[in-house]
Design a protein around this ligand. Sequence first.
Ligand SMILES: Nc1ncnc2c1ncn2[C@@H]1O[C@H](COP(=O)(O)OP(=O)(O)OP(=O)(O)O)[C@@H](O)[C@H]1O
Length: 260
Amino acid sequence: MSDELIQLAQSHLQNIPLQVISQGAEAIVFTTKTHPYLPTSKDSHTEYIIKYRPPKKYRHPQLDATLTKHRTIAEARLLQRLTNIPEIQSPGLIALDARNGIIWMEKVGYELIDYDDKISSLKNWLWRYNDNQEKALTEEIKIALEKVGCMIGKAHVNDVIHGDLTSSNIIITEAQEACLIDFGLSYQSALPEDKGVDLYVLDRAILSTHPKYAEQYNEWLMAGYERGYGKDKKSLIKLKEVLKRYEEVRLRGRKRSMLG
Ligand SMILES: Nc1ncnc2c1ncn2[C@@H]1O[C@H](COP(=O)(O)OP(=O)(O)OP(=O)(O)O)[C@@H](O)[C@H]1O
């Protein structure tokens, strides 16, 4: 099945060498050294990401084509919008083929040489130290998590809801800055409830992926988040409203899990 989908992607991207790096429910993600418009120098190490949403056979073909096109455009539009908000790091949009569900973007992050050359997602970056409490709770980790939280705060100030805040969708760059990826479920909203739910998704993701240190990690993330909101009176009022909603969502979640 996946070979078939890779061939389909290749048919839309002829003569472009593709290497699969991930296959999720929604998309196949490739790396390539080829830029759609610029010449490729033989010794260039620059890589790009191609995210391909293949047709879903379980959907009506016409509906599927419309959904794929809309989701691809929505993600690309958001990536483009984020390039105008310097406080939120995200991959730059390079090219778009909405009809075929293809987005070409910058590759962010690096390979963790001390962790099987895996990509420097926050998940992998933190997991390197999972078995070593001393290393898992250093000042370096605290600073990085505060930066991540701060950037999410900036996204919310700009009414950008990520929609899938997991530690796999946050990349740590070589300069130890945070960068967000995967805007497939993202949308614009000024509602504190939507921001509260976004924070709750992150809280749960940290708890399930980094259970040993989740309490401390979430505390550092939230300290950064509050900083990201700014200190003026208006921002503090908005922040208070979001935090109130976040607490309410957490409480609802706790009640649900107690009721089974
Ligand atoms: N711009 C990027 N730079 C570096 N790596 C990326 C980039 N975009 C995606 N990836 C890699 O590909 C993986 C899958 O990408 P993404 O989350 O956007 O696709 P997805 O189909 O929504 O995935 P899933 O269904 O697993 O959430 C990411 O976890 C990351 O490892």
